[in-house]
Design a protein around this ligand. Structure first.
Ligand SMILES: [Zn+2]
Length: 454
């Protein structure tokens, strides 16, 4: 059945005619059909931004979408995550979002994945033309960024990777009335890790301010939450999901605010401060998602130059938006050529894994090791651990089919204390012969005969 003409009218204006901004190789005759046929897009996250992204991408003519999200729908999502209804509460977000968009947009196929992003093999991610991120966590972004950067291969003498190995990412993010959309071409433009400083550390108030000189409603709330609670409830820990606990903190904060003449303490602000909730605004999600969907279309079609490379949107007072061109960190551990680790050919996989824990730039514990998609050792789950355990005693050199240099992917937990997070690193392993076999045979023989040579 022929599609109604109106469905792709706007898309055709972009894709079915040439223009001054189109990139080399732009073939406007076949393009629209190719987009629908061959391009596969992964949307990471099916929350506020993810719902918008799936809808926008489906309406932009993409037909092969997949979405991954580990969360289930909660009542508090319904005000902005517009694909969900009251009867969906408790169901996986990815599944419901995929179903709803397929019901409304004919011809699109969306495959949902209800799981953690770390549960998927690297190969899963390699199959997509482009990865679009609608996440709210820095850790999850870091992880996907490392996965995409891990596909980079064969750097030339200028440390530029092979273009075919570049897996583009579009990252969207919103926080209240503010948001960003950025284009990441790993190895070519700054990756997420190159500009990690863009995410400031969470605001923590000094305890002395809370205890002695509160100036804002948030100070009063944190006083009740962090100081007063422990004084009164010795030993009983505060549970942010217990409404009675929250109510107690709210009343204490209100008392303190009155004492210091500070206005503004409410129950919902108490929840916001204690749980560190940043309100999500549907319009911000819609605007950022539209920017991300457009960049996706531009990258895969070449119908226009892409954003270079970071757009910020601020709707707090009036509207302010601008684009900044950030630069790549040439020493980036994630999108650069990778840390070089030199090993002797006799070093076993176990010894290699132990070294990762002490390496000052890595500090990875509980590492799993993969070479060219082959799992050499998996620290978890137990079944895979058992299957790969026998490799631990074998030399890494042999496990890498005796190639002198190679890329090794390592995943595990990095950092110390409560800063620990799952991470994925790409390493360049270069093997050299063991010291012993580098010594010329005549010397070895000589050594045994002549006690003066050590
Ligand atoms: Zn980087």
């Amino acid at each position: 059945m022929a599609e109604p003409i109106s469905r792709s009218r706007d898309l055709d204006k972009l894709l079915l005619r040439p223009g001054h901004l189109v990139l080399i190789g732009f073939d406007f005759v076949k393009l629209r059909d190719d987009l629908q046929e061959y391009v596969r897009i992964l949307v990471v996250g099916a929350g506020g931004l993810g719902c918008e992204l799936l809808k926008d991408l489906a309406l932009s003519g993409f037909r092969n979408l997949e979405v991954i999200d580990m969360d289930r729908i909660e009542v508090s999502n319904l005000n902005r995550q517009f694909l969900f209804r009251l009867e969906d509460v408790g169901k996986p977000k990815a599944e419901v979002a995929a179903k709803r968009v397929m019901e409304r947009v004919s011809g699109v196929n969306i495959v949902p994945h209800f799981c953690r992003i770390e549960e998927k093999e690297l190969e899963f991610y390699s199959e997509f033309s482009i990865i679009v991120l609608g996440l709210d966590s820095i850790e999850a972004r870091s992880y996907i960024n490392a996965v995409a950067c891990g596909f980079l291969a064969e750097y030339d003498s200028n440390d530029q990777p092979l273009e075919e190995t570049v897996k583009p990412m579009i990252d969207g993010g919103t926080e209240g009335f503010k948001g960003h959309a950025r284009v990441i071409l790993p190895g070519m433009t700054p990756c997420f890790e190159c500009t990690i400083w863009l995410f400031p550390p969470q605001v923590k108030f000094p305890l002395c301010t809370l205890a002695e000189t509160p100036r804002t409603a948030a100070h009063c709330i944190e006083y009740a939450h962090l100081i007063k609670w422990d004084e009164v409830h010795s030993g009983k820990s505060f549970d942010p999901d217990n409404p009675e606990h929250m109510q107690w903190v709210y009343l204490e904060a209100a008392k303190r605010a009155q004492l210091f003449g500070i206005p503004g303490v409410t129950y919902s602000l108490t929840q916001g401060v204690v749980k560190n909730i940043i309100p999500a605004i549907a319009s911000t999600n819609a605007i950022i998602s539209a920017a991300c969907a457009l960049e996706t279309l531009k990258i895969v079609s070449g119908c226009s130059k892409t954003l270079s490379n970071y757009l910020t949107y601020n709707g707090v007072e009036g509207l302010h938006t601008k684009v900044t061109e950030f630069v790549k960190d040439k020493d980036c551990l994630v999108c650069g050529p990778g840390i070089l680790i030199e090993l002797e050919t006799s070093v076993t996989l176990k010894m290699f894994i132990d070294q990762l824990e002490d390496h000052p730039k890595l500090l990875i514990s509980g590492a799993s090791v993969t070479v060219r998609g082959k799992n050499l050792y998996m620290a978890a789950p137990p079944l895979l651990e058992e299957m790969t355990r026998s490799n631990l005693g074998l030399p890494l050199f042999e496990l890498m089919d005796k190639s002198r240099t190679g890329i090794v992917h390592v995943s595990g937990t990095a950092g110390k204390g409560d800063k620990r997070q799952s991470c994925l690193r790409k390493l360049r392993v270069a093997s050299r012969l063991s010291m012993e076999s580098q010594i010329p045979t005549w010397l070895v023989e000589h050594k045994f005969k002549n006690p003066w040579i050590r």
